[in-house]
Design a protein around this ligand. Structure first.
Ligand SMILES: [Zn+2]
Length: 370
């Protein structure tokens, strides 16, 4: 069994102790420090990036222009570049984005994958070699419903996620969502990012979650809370286009919030940077507790594991991140300031990233040389 020691998050607070795992399951959670841990420090469950477009990592140039000019289908910059990009280039870009996620403590993500069935195949090709978990949500090539295309996408994915209600013909998006529902897969959608959309029409599609909701009214947010539909906020992406989510107001409405990094061409998919920025942006609107922001960075996991406790417990998946940061009562505050250089160990599904050699403790290395 492999072990780490220090201050670990039990789902409510940070406790001092030791975590042990074998294969991909946590088998031991106990008080006291282990004698030869792989790492020591502040220990959290792997973060979950609740909203990505990893394929966008293939777009590397400096970006200018509006939200519509850059990301709106079908003619926004990213769609034009993705349509022309070579398969290998898109796969390599997605793999690079996944490596960034692992390095910065993210062990799972939920991706909106463009490009129909083929787009999904590229995502799976990138995923195959990376120890990170991806929930893959595909989408039809065009903005129209075709039952055969949707069946094929659903067979090859966890569900379907589309740009927004207003981009689609009403009849088409309703048929699309109903199809996803019949197959018991995930349907997700961006909502009220640039303009306020009709929340009742959107909730009638039975989405598993919504993304953005920047232009939502208090009543819209309350409707989501009542319908138990979580909202993913992506503050760095919003800020790029001159907007900020009012996180304290959203939390007051009772809605469940998740955190995501959105387009990989706009933001590097580091949840540590998203956490820091979300905490600051929340302070601009009155502030929320560090723990609330941290929870937003964990909760997306429920999409893949509805029964996950959210804390480090026996029986949970061995997705662990160890930081060289102060623990105890300061644990949550430490995480708001954490950066990639504070990460001392990442374990994803029991596998150590980036691989054994780099993570052998200094003491062991010394022993070997002697
Ligand atoms: Zn998005």
């Amino acid at each position: 069994m492999e072990r780490v020691s220090g201050w670990f998050y039990d789902g409510r607070r940070f406790r001092e102790g030791t975590i042990g795992w074998d294969d991909d399951v946590i088998l031991e959670v106990r008080n006291g420090r282990a004698r030869n841990p792989l790492a020591t420090g502040l220990i959290i469950p792997g973060l979950w990036n609740a909203h990505t477009h990893l394929g966008d990592a293939v777009v590397t140039q400096e970006l200018t222009g509006t939200l519509e000019e850059l990301v709106a289908p079908p003619h926004g910059l990213k769609h034009r570049i993705l349509a022309k990009a070579k398969d290998e280039a898109v796969i390599a870009a997605m793999r690079r984005a996944m490596a960034t996620m692992l390095r910065t403590g993210t062990t799972g993500f939920t991706d909106f994958r463009e490009g129909g069935l083929k787009g999904l195949k590229l995502l799976y090709a990138a995923l195959a070699t990376m120890p990170v978990r991806g929930v893959a949500l595909g989408r039809p090539i065009g903005l129209e419903y075709d039952a055969r295309e949707v069946s094929a996408i659903l067979r090859a994915s966890d569900g379907i996620a589309v740009s927004s209600y207003v981009d689609w013909p009403e009849d088409g998006i309703q048929k699309l969502a109903a199809h996803v529902r019949r197959e018991k897969k995930i349907f997700a959608i961006h909502c009220s990012e640039r303009i306020r959309e009709n929340i009742d029409q959107v909730l009638d599609l039975s989405p598993a979650f919504l993304v953005h909701m920047l232009q939502a009214t208090d009543a819209d947010l309350k409707r989501c809370a009542d319908a138990r539909v979580p909202i993913v906020v992506c503050p760095r992406s919003n800020a790029f286009f001159g907007m900020t989510p009012d996180i304290p107001r959203m939390l007051r409405s009772g809605v469940e919030l998740h955190l995501g990094t959105d387009n990989a061409m706009i933001n590097v998919p580091s949840m540590l940077r998203e956490i820091e920025f979300a905490y600051r942006v929340a302070r601009m609107n009155g502030g929320v507790a560090a723990r609330d922001i941290f929870e937003m960075a964990l909760r997306g996991r429920r999409l893949a594991e509805p029964d996950a406790s959210g804390g480090i417990r026996v029986g949970e998946r061995a997705d662990l991140v160890v930081f060289d940061l102060p623990g105890g009562a300061s644990g949550f505050a430490s995480l708001m300031r954490a950066s990639a250089s504070d990460v001392s160990l990442v374990v994803s599904g029991g596998r150590i990233w980036p691989g054994r050699a780099a993570t052998i403790p200094r003491s062991a290395r010394r022993r070997r040389r002697n």
